[in-house]
Write a protein that binds this ligand. Sequence first.
Ligand code: NAP
Length: 267
Amino acid sequence: MDTFQGKTVLITGASTGIGRALALELAQRGAQLALNARDADRLGETAGRCAAAGTAVLAVPGDVTRPEDCRAMVARTVERFRTLDALVNNAGMTMWARFDALTDLAPLERLLAVNYLGAAYTTAAALPYLKNSRGLIVAVASIAGLTGVPERTGYAASKHALVGFCESLRIELRGSGVDVTIVAPDFVKSELHKGALGADGRPLGVSPMDEPHIMTSEQCARLIVRAMSRRQRLLITSRRGRLGRWARLVAPALVDRIAARAIRLRR
Ligand SMILES: NC(=O)c1ccc[n+]([C@@H]2O[C@H](COP(=O)([O-])OP(=O)(O)OC[C@H]3O[C@@H](n4cnc5c(N)ncnc54)[C@H](OP(=O)(O)O)[C@@H]3O)[C@@H](O)[C@H]2O)c1
């Protein structure tokens, strides 16, 4: 995708954080945008900011854990723009608790439903249109989709599921013209961490991250746009993430230590 001018991009989880920053970045580049999240008011604010950049925007509120919402958001996008060139499966949530401290196991199901099934449902609805346009599927996974991370068992499991889904789908789509880009961000400043589910299954309410020392959503969005334009297979946003990918093959215990340290330092 060498240019985004006039291309239609559907982004889930577009009301805050990485999804919002990506929408704003693509709006500057002239893409037509369909933006999804559950909170219609916050989504409307993002849509308004994108429209102010002079591009056509459609807000499609809905919950990605509901297959009917995913089908409806794709149908409304195609009804409005007639085509779909890229789907960005970005909606997600996280946790922050050791597995042996969980007093409620429901968050494990919730994380899978949002982070993996939500992407699968939306992709299923979008695939016929993406085949027509020889388009692009983007999945915003995580470093935790490539390696284990403490305090993140359910999150890492859901992101590994998402990565496995995308890697398999990519092979099935060979020759169709549809490409699959997996994004594995390291820590990013957003609303994600304060909404992380704690040991009791409730959101933490405050971010435990060392926020000044982590990448901004805007920086992450620019990297994603570059990866999309190159139809890149995999984007890992940090040097330690890229290093870890290779180090894991020869020194897996070292990678475990790096992951443990990142959580201890919260950056
Ligand atoms: N921030 C990081 O450190 C980091 C690192 C690696 C990967 N990621 C991944 O990046 C993606 C974006 O996260 P973020 O950091 O930008 O977090 P964020 O600011 O919390 O944004 C999450 C977005 O997803 C939406 N969302 C949540 N549940 C949804 C659902 N069931 N249906 C539809 N939309 C839903 C939220 O809006 P509503 O609540 O209104 O629905 C919001 O727009 C996630 O997949 C996350 O796992 C983030």
